[in-house]
Design a protein around this ligand. Structure first.
Ligand code: NCD
Length: 294
């Protein structure tokens, strides 16, 4: 595995994380949009699963860095003629300096990183992890809570949300005084093996209304129907009424796409920061590409 690959959020040291977040802030402030060594780099985007934000924000980041990209089109590729992933990756190594990959299967991204001599960035591996999303989520949270002590609730499909998995791992490693609330129905709870590794305090609750008044961050997700056929009458939707009971400084995050869990009427509410997350995604991914290339 190339030293600069990011497959799990745990592949990054605390120093690496701070470095990436500092660089992201520089990019946000437009301090060094031009990084000469990056202008010669070519990145490949290999997505085997649908995506809007992750795919296009990486493309935007590459363009803003004046780097170049090649885009792998799975449906038009030789995989349709029976080519193995191994041969495809060995080919990509000759064409580019880094691979950004999303795959529906948890293990394939890891496999790609093991056989690749160039950095591989995990842009989502099934219901496993999504480390670059966790970094942009952290970047957004840090803008509002820099004092290291906060309470965060995760709601929706905790079992299948790779963004939640990476963010919990990241926050749990960085902070000692965090309180986690996990809100979901029984079928969509976090796996027991995952919970066993959490060091901070956590509580599992069924209803957001029971805790809304004491949380600082509410991280919502949709139900991942493409991964699991769940027919549940469980209500994960946030209402204007519920928000009325929240702290003044609450922020509501969502990796997007959303379904019905956040009604568009709430978009104007100053507590809702999901479109700010979208914007931060470009700065953080510029910083990630820089980290992987230098
Ligand atoms: C998420 C993903 O693909 O894991 N979206 C994203 O990358 N911003 C969340 C989802 O699909 O629900």
């Amino acid at each position: 595995m190339n030293q600069k690959s990011i497959i799990s959020i745990d592949d990054l040291s605390i120093d690496d994380i701070n470095h990436i977040l500092n660089d992201a802030e520089m990019f946000e402030k437009n301090i060094f949009h031009q990084v000469p060594s990056l202008e010669k780099k070519i990145f490949s985007i290999m997505f085997y699963e649908p995506s809007t934000r992750t795919n296009l924000s990486f493309q935007s980041a590459i363009n803003r860095l004046n780097s170049k990209m090649i885009i792998y089109n799975h449906d038009m590729s030789s995989s349709k003629k029976g080519e193995s992933i191994y041969d495809t990756i060995k080919t990509m190594e000759s064409y580019c300096d880094g691979i950004i990959v999303r795959h529906p299967d948890q293990e394939t991204v890891k496999f790609i990183s093991q056989i690749s001599s160039i950095p591989v960035i995990n842009a989502g591996n099934g219901n496993g992890e999504h480390p670059t999303q966790a970094l942009l989520d952290l970047f957004t949270i840090k803008k509002y809570f820099s004092n290291n002590i906060f309470t965060i609730a995760f709601s929706g499909d905790l079992k299948n949300s790779r963004t939640i998995h990476s963010l919990i791992r990241l926050l749990d490693r960085l902070y000692l005084n965090i309180t986690f609330y996990f809100i979901s129905c029984h079928e969509l709870e976090l796996e027991q093996s995952f919970k066993n590794n959490i060091k901070n305090i956590f509580y599992e609750v069924k209803n957001i209304n029971d805790i809304i008044y004491k949380i600082d961050v509410l991280y919502m997700t949709r139900i991942q129907k493409e991964r699991e056929d769940i027919l549940s009458s469980y209500n994960i939707n946030l209402s204007e009424e519920t928000l009325k009971y929240s702290k003044n400084n609450l922020i509501v995050l969502h990796p997007l796409p959303r379904n019905d869990e956040i009604p568009p009427i709430l978009d104007k509410n100053p507590k809702c920061k999901y479109f700010e997350q979208v914007k931060n995604g470009v700065y953080v991914r510029m910083a990630i590409l820089k980290y992987c290339s230098i």
